[in-house]
Design a protein around this ligand. Sequence first.
Ligand code: R5P
Length: 324
Amino acid sequence: MNDMSLRVVSGTSSVQLVSGVAAALPGVTEVCEVVRFPDGELRPVVADVRGHDVYVVQSTGPPVGESIVELMLLLDACRRAGAARVTAVVPYFGYARQDRRGRSGEAVAARVVADALVSSGAQRLVVVDPHTAALEAMCSVPLEVVSAVPRMADALRDAVTARSVIVAPDFGAHKLAERYAAELGCPVVIVRKSRVSGEVVRAEGLVGDVDGCSVIIVDDMITTGGTIDAAMRLLQAHGAAGGAIVAASHGLLVGSAGERLAAAGVSRVLVTDSLTPVEHPGLAVQVRSIAGLLADAIGRLHRNEDLGQLGTIGPGSGGSTGGP
Ligand code: R5P
C-alpha cells in the first residue's frame, strides 16, 4: 500500500474524461486551474499536491502544440509544488506518428515530445493505444500502455456475423486488427496503403478476401478520414457488403472528416472519449468511455500494482510500418 494520497490534475483537453475518472475512483481530488493571458500564454496553477502521488491527465489532441505546452507546464507546476511522484496520463499522445524520419531533413517528433514531458517532470507516462509501439523505447522513464481494444470490441459484438471481417486499413494497423480479431473471432484483411498528402491516401490492394463480407475497419486514430475513405472505396470495389463499421481508439475527426466518412458509406463509427467527442451531422458516432479503464489503471499504479490485463505488453497497438 502507498502512503501518499492520490491526486488527479486535469488539463483543459481532458476535463470531461477526468470527471469520469474521478467518479470511478473514490477519494480522488481534482486540483487545477488554467488561466489564459490575453496574448495566449497559459498559466496553470495546481493546489494541494505536496507529498502526493499526482496523475496529470491531458490528451495532446488539437490544438496539439498548445495541449503539449499546457501538459508540460502542469507537470512542472506539480514538481515545483512538491508532488512526491508525477505521472503524465496522456490518453491520446500526439506526434506519435512521427516516430522515425520518413525522409532526410525531418525530425523524430515523437521522441522530442517524450523528452519534453520527461524534462518537465513526468516520472512515468501512461498512454492509451498509441500509434507506435516504438514510443516505449523513446521514453527515458517507464511507459505504461493501456488498451481500449477489449472495451471497444465488446461494443462491436452485437454487429458481428459469420461473414464479418476485421480490416486493417494499412500495414501499421495489422497488430491492432489481430487483437480485435482475437476478441471477436473474425478473420483479418489488410489494405495496402500509401499516403499522398496529409488528406489524401491511396489504397492500392488487399491482402485477404472481402467479397460479400461485412467489414469492421479498425485503426488507432481517425484524423481527416482519408485512410478510411480510401479503404472503403477499395473494399466496395472488392465486393464488401454495405454498412461498414469503423472503430478507432482516438477520434480526432478534424475538418469535414465526419461528412467524408458518411459519404464513403460508413454506417457507424466507434471511438473512445480520449478526445472530447464532437457531433458530426449525418454520421452515427458512438463513444465508448475509457474513464473506467483509466481509473482502474491509475488506481493500480497508485497502489504499486501491475497493470495486468489492462496493459498491452506483447502485440503492439499500432506500428510504424504503414506510415501516417
Ligand atoms: C496512420 O498510420 C494512422 O494509423 C491512421 O491510419 C491515420 O493517421 C489516420 O489519418 P487520416 O484519417 O487523416 O487518414
